[in-house]
Design a protein around this ligand. Sequence first.
Ligand SMILES: Cc1ncc(COP(=O)(O)O)c(C=O)c1O
Length: 533
Amino acid sequence: MATTHPSHEANEVSEQKSGKQAAFAGTPKKVTTHVNQNEGLIFEKSSPGKKAYRLAELDVPAVDAKRLLGPVARQDLGVMPELSEIEIIRHFTRLSTWNYAIDLGMYPLGSCTMKYNGRVNEAVARLEGIAEAHPYQPTSLSQGCLQIMATLEDALIEITGMDAITLQPAAGAHGEFTGILMVRAYHEAQGNPRKKVIVPDSAHGTNPATAAVVGYQVANLKSNAEGMVDLAELERMVDEDTAALMLTNPSTIGVFESEIHKIADILHAKGALLYMDGANMNALVGKARPGDFGVDVMHLNLHKTFSTPHGGGGPGSGPVACKKILEPFLPKPVVARQSDGRLGLDFNRPRSVGRVRMFYGNFGMFVRALAYILANGPDGLRQTTEDAVLNANYIRAKLEGTFELPYKTRTLHEVVFSDKLQAKNGVRTGDMGKRLIDYGFHAYTVSFPMIVSGAMMIEPTESESREELDLLIDALKQIAQEAAESPELVRTSPHTTRVQRMDETSAARKPVLRWKAPAAKDEVEVDTAAKEW
Ligand SMILES: Cc1ncc(COP(=O)(O)O)c(C=O)c1O
């Protein structure tokens, strides 16, 4: 594999930048550029013998690592960077300025719900008794942590209208996997696991993947002209071999399935279950409860709806809530009140699908989600939902006409345009997403959902003020104008970043994930994984 030496890359970048002043056709209102564009690798800054510490002379006999560790003791650490403390701090601080973050600016990534993570969540998660708790601590010393879990469970059950819950799954897709395992266990207990799971074409991509991983055939259900489930088609497809329908609601085009009751009835009439991908619950919290509209099992993305950090900012958490009929199959252990009135962990669950994660899930995320729920309270949570929907509709109203709106159905928390108007000039959704970076925003979601050709999916979330939304709207209008007047400018964007257009196929298929010492470089230039491609 040919590797690019970083200093070559840096040269290319400064050459590319000489034309930067000409990069803006109009006067952008918002532009944020990186503080420091060029930073070599830490290995390139290394000088032999430099240290970031000074230790006192040993006043006890040195221990021979080989004697202590035997054959596992490493003889040679390979080439390691040697720097002073301030060099290390500056290196990583400069690198950190290349990151785009929610604390830096808006992230209109549809489907991802990149909302602001309130500082109160972080303050609570850092309290000593919480941050220092250990999963092997006896339950008698973990009553506070167990109470946090039990209180969060109660709050999520109340919000979703379901009967029982597990906090174990580590992310949304993992929650889906857990929920469909429970569906399978339920049908097996009835004597037949059934064969297929129906997934609408407007579902999140993880839904069909989950059904397949659990061993089901995936039956694809085409949406109707409003982007919703076609009831007649569903009725035709559901039979005694159907284990469940996996429905993302609101769907990935931000549309609420208004006939959800009828969908549930059609499934239940054939003994099939309704799984709801509840990752988009930020459009429903405080307004509608899946348990009240016929859902049997669902997952939540705490890292979307309940503001815990994600996308490089922290681990996810995907609790699964279910109706009574599925409760016996929940992963074990479950948090339970013991006969002495204390909280404990109940492992005695013979019909459980088993453990899906070590320990009890991503505990730090439970703390943050509970802090968010309690800080908002029921009225605050409802207001959050309303603001998220209002913001998406504001963007829709302001940009309809500038961009094509393929589905006119009412928008909830996100809005999906297409690049149809700009494609006439050869400018596609990916080009405009990249151009948005020049205007100081993260790109919107490009080319997803797949039922919209050239999709431009925008989810502003409730975090953004009207002023920030107006800046985004301005930037997108200006980009649309550029696409009409100087399409090449958009097609070759971004122009203000450290590196510009990547070869995305090679980046995905032949990633260079590790630095190799120059002496060894010839040997490793082609690695085996890359060779296969
Ligand atoms: C609707 C929907 N379902 C499922 C997922 C998967 O969640 P995760 O990325 O936590 O696995 C997402 C993620 O954004 C989503 O938006």
